[in-house]
Write a protein that binds this ligand. Structure first.
Ligand code: DOR
Ligand code: ZN
Ligand code: ZN
Length: 437
């Protein structure tokens, strides 16, 4: 491991400004940031013309290990992460078996300590009878509650179980907020659903609204921290506009919900476009951007949910929901900066600082003296296409395939170690367990 790295004359992105200067990394931490730091580090990166961002913290991924490693595993997922400037991830519990006990969480942390080249932690999944496990497990981002069924069997569709969790939990509760009863009702009224465009009718905005309302009500009643995953509709944004939740409530949006709209996405991508909750019309898409820019939505999460090309080519009703996205999220957002859609400061607020604050991540998410040196060096001028074959996810496909992108990660540093540089990985040192305060 290199003990010191010096970035000379680099554009450094802080929450509210971008400053050109020098930054010294020593023993895994950001040791100094100033206008001029004398040479003397083991590695000196000089006048690169590049920009240094805090590493992306992706608070919502599915890496499929254990149980579905043909789709992804912790090693391949972490490599995809590093190539996309993601230095930390929180993984979801709908693996096989579902991560619903302290023991299974510890097993995942153990696997990650041997295989993940970026920092890691894991949500525990709520079931109708594992409240003791939810309370026992320590140092995790939170409890994941599937209020509507999705990939895997985790589901809390009985209100009493949901209330019990909100009443007793001692950590943040993240919800997949789609009401199972509304989804079932929608399905009943529709013998004739046969096409991928029908997915958004079955999983309607009403399903999302019903679940979000319940979760917000319970969070306020029991004074619990609530994080609402993948907001997909204007209706949810409107609820969150009114419900401040006394600082208890946060939410995320995905690049796919920001960048695509229906029905076009279904015409172009068929089963590959199917995700829970669905990508909706332009009307909803625009409100997600507004929600994000106005601070109603707090951060971006990829919901990286890889399935194989074969699985996604199946007909409607058989194709699974979800899409990969961990390695394309930052390039897509840098491209949005170059298109004038948003600023670089906003991107780091949404992708690094936001997740760090919401989940109370210790010592990460900001470029600050003393913080962990999780950094990504990006070239805002570099132009190339996203190409399926070149992706590192095992699933090898992306909705962004063929998209011309300006703004790419060049090198990724995790705890002061170079783990990725322009197509090469350095995998000797592994990531660390993310600590929460
Ligand atoms: O579309 C989805 N896919 N939504 C989820 O909630 C789960 C995810 C998956 O794990 O495939
Ligand atoms: Zn979900
Ligand atoms: Zn998910």
């Amino acid at each position: 491991m290199l003990e010191s790295i010096l970035f000379k004359k680099v554009d450094i992105v802080f929450p509210d400004e971008i400053k050109n200067g020098d930054l010294l990394v020593r023993n895994g931490k950001i040791a100094d940031i100033s206008w001029h730091i004398p040479d003397g580090a083991e590695l000196v990166i000089k006048d690169s013309g590049l920009t240094l961002l805090p590493g992306v913290i992706d608070p919502h991924v599915h890496f499929r290990e254990p149980g579905m490693e043909w789709k992804e595993d912790i090693e391949s997922g972490s490599m995809a992460a590093a190539s996309g400037g993601v230095t930390s991830f929180f993984e979801m519990p709908n693996t096989n078996p579902p991560a619903a006990t302290e023991k299974l969480i510890l097993d995942k942390k153990n696997t990650a300590s041997e295989k993940s080249i970026v920092n890691y932690n894991f949500f525990i999944g709520a079931t109708s009878n594992n409240i003791e496990e939810l309370i026992r497990v320590k140092n995790i981002p939170g409890i994941k509650v599937f209020m509507g069924s999705s990939t895997g069997g985790l589901l809390i569709d009985d209100y009493r179980d949901l209330e019990n969790i909100f009443q007793r939990a001692d950590k943040l509760i993240a919800v997949h907020a789609e009401s199972e009863s509304v989804i079932k009702k929608n399905k009943k009224h529709s013998a004739c659903y046969s096409d991928f465009t029908d997915h958004m009718l079955i999983r309607s905005p009403e399903a999302a609204v019903e679940a979000v309302k319940q979760a917000v009500y319970l969070a306020e009643k029991y004074h619990q921290r609530l994080h609402i995953c993948h907001i997909s509709s204007k209706d949810e944004v409107e609820i969150l506009k009114k419900e401040t939740g006394a600082g208890l409530i946060s939410s995320e949006v995905t690049p796919q919900h920001l960048m695509f709209n229906a029905p076009d996405i279904y015409y172009e991508f068929k089963g590959f476009a199917q995700v829970n909750p669905p990508v909706r019309s332009r009307y909803h898409q625009e409100s997600l951007w507004e929600g994000l820019k106005s601070g109603i939505i707090d951060c971006i999460a990829t919901d990286h949910a890889p399935h194989t090309i074969k699985e996604k080519q199946q007909p409607f009703g058989k194709a699974p929901s979800g899409m990969p996205g961990i390695e394309t999220a930052l390039p897509v957002m840098l491209n949005n900066v170059n298109r004038g859609y948003c600023s670089l400061n906003q991107v780091v607020k949404w992708m690094s600082m936001g997740p760090a604050e919401i989940f109370r991540v210790y010592n990460k998410g900001f470029i600050k003296s003393g913080y962990d040196a999780d950094l990504v060096l990006v070239d805002l001028k570099a132009r190339k296409k996203i190409i399926n074959d070149k992706l590192y996810t095992k699933s090898k496909w992306s909705l962004f395939n063929n998209m011309d992108i300006q703004g790419w990660p060049v090198a990724t540093f995790v705890n002061g170690t170079l783990v990725y540089r322009e197509g090469d990985f350095f995998t000797d040192l592994k990531g660390q367990e993310i600590i929460f305060y």
